[in-house]
Every structure is written in C-alpha cells, then in structure tokens.
Design a protein around this ligand. Structure first.
Ligand code: PAF
Length: 291
C-alpha cells in the first residue's frame, strides 16, 4: 500500500544518513537522490516527483555548497528557508532530507577537488572558473554518502547536467543520472531560486531571455548562420535591459563543443546574462528538422 505523504525525516550527520539508507536497502528498496541547495520551487518539486517514479525512496539533499561559489558571488545572500523547504517536500512525498552542516560535509583539512574537463570547459566554466570543480566534488561526495541508484538533475543547469554525466562516466560511479526538462513560469521564465532577487521591472523583462534563445534555436535549425542569430538575440536582450550578456552559444547537446548543423547531432542553445544584479541562465534544445 502507498505511504501517505508526511513531513520527511531530516538527517544532519553522515552516520544517521547511512543508518537510514541501510534500512532502505535491508527492505530491498531502491533510492533516488535529488541534490539541491534548498530555496525549493516547483522545478525542484518536479525533480522529487520524478525521483519517486524512479525509485522507492526519494532522498533530497539540501546543502548550500560553499566550494562552488567564488568570493564575489552570492553565497552569503543565497536564499535559505529550511522550514519552507520541508513543508514543500511533504507535499511530494520525499522520504528523507540530508542537510549536513558545512563542517559535516567538509571535515577539517579537506583537500580534494574533482576537476572535470570536457563539458566543463567554456560557457559557465569560462565565467566561473572554480564553479564546476565545486559542483563535481560535492556531487561525488553526495553520491558516495547516499549511494543512490539514480540521481535526478534539472536541465535548467544544462552544463551542470553534462558535467555530472561526464564525471559519472569517467569515474565509473555506480548510479544513473536522469535529466528533467526545465519547469517554466507561464510567461516562459525558467524557475530558479535566483528569480527571487528580481525587482518587479526586472521580473517583467526576464521572459525575454527564453524568447531570445528559442528564436535562436528555431533560426539555426532553419539554416540561419549562428553568428547572425546570436547577434540579433544579443540586441533583443540589450533592448530589454539585460547586460552584460556573458554568452549566447549554440552547442553540441552532449559535448558542449560548437554545434555543427551538418553533424546530425542534437544541438542546444545556452545563455547567461545579467539583469540588474541578478545573473540568469537558460537553455533550450535546437528543434530537429527532417533531413
Ligand atoms: O544545482 C544545484 O542546486 C547545485 O549545483 C547542486 C547540484 C545541488 C550541487 O551543489
């Protein structure tokens, strides 16, 4: 019989996490992990719903990972709302929340870093040089702590998803990675914890980001030169008040190298741009056209 949804149990020590996981395993249950930094929104809840479909137990980690923020980034002001997160997780039937302190996650004299190349090069990697080493290191730790059968990531952070897939492949980590399509507001803005930083005027302008990259995606699928499509999108974003625009790129959907329209491989359009003081990212697939 299905269990009635209730507030998930919360665990803050590795010893206790392992005890819970061992109990699930002893009962023959599979485990899905949803790594998050909290400040949960509908996008995260969709990941947890997917976790519940993929495994018998859904574990959600909430950890604002200091090692993926540069000193000039928003670690201190990153939104935190543990009580709100737990209430939301109760509505989707998460079983367990893993919420370690920074000291529990990174013990004294912690000195290991996982540096992924390939998909981590360029785009976010160029603008946030230490970011993906921080993400890869904490995800590798989360995987070895929670030992999930599958981990669920949103396509909203598309390059992150590619980097995690690369790490799991390269290190033969024994879990599957499942990507979930971006959850959007009605006006097309991708759900993100950082949307909370936008002023009313910025929020009104923000959907231009997804319109601009969708336009690029359709244009390049129909044979427009990438440079021309990107130039037009850059102008549209600047008119809407975005700037600086860190990048708009048309990339191979797996390697994130420059997309060759003749390759027959799937493409992805990715963007990062600032709106006021908030840096937004988004991405969409290049539609497939029949040959
Ligand atoms: O996408 C995020 O929220 C974070 O980068 C992750 C995957 C939880 C690692 O800290």
């Amino acid at each position: 019989m299905a269990r009635a949804p209730s507030t998930p149990k919360i665990t803050r020590t590795l010893k206790d996490l392992r005890r819970h996981i061992a109990r699930y395993r002893k009962a023959g249950e599979t485990v899905a992990l949803v790594p998050t930094m909290g400040a949960l929104h509908d996008g995260h809840l969709t990941l947890v719903r997917t976790a519940k479909q993929k495994a018998q137990r859904a574990v959600v980690s909430i950890f604002v990972n200091p090692t993926q923020f540069a000193p000039n980034e928003d670690l201190a002001r990153y939104p935190r709302d543990e009580a709100g997160d737990l209430a939301k997780l109760a509505t989707v039937g998460a079983d367990l929340v893993w919420a370690p302190s920074p000291d529990e996650m990174y013990g004294a004299n912690f000195a290991t870093r996982i540096e992924v190349e390939g998909a981590a090069r360029g785009l976010e990697g160029a603008f946030r040089p230490h970011h993906f080493a921080g993400v890869a290191t904490v995800c590798c730790k989360l995987f070895s702590q929670a030992t999930p059968d599958v981990a669920i990531f949103g396509e909203k952070d598309y390059q992150q998803l590619c980097v995690i897939r690369q790490m799991v492949r390269d290190l033969n980590l024994p879990l599957a990675i499942h990507g979930v399509a971006t959850v959007r507001e009605k006006d097309g803005l991708a759900r993100s914890s950082r949307n909370a930083y936008l002023s009313a005027d910025e929020r009104a302008a923000a959907p231009t980001l997804s319109v601009a990259i969708r336009t690029v995606a359709v244009q390049v699928a129909d044979g427009t030169k990438q440079a021309a499509a990107i130039k037009a999108a850059t102008k549209a974003l600047e008119r809407a008040g975005f700037g600086p625009i860190d990048y708009i790129a048309v990339a191979d959907a797996e390697t994130l190298d420059r997309w060759d329209p003749k390759s027959g491989r799937p493409g992805r359009v990715l963007v990062a741009a600032r709106l006021g003081t908030t840096r937004l990212i988004d991405n969409v697939p290049v539609p497939r056209r029949k040959a």
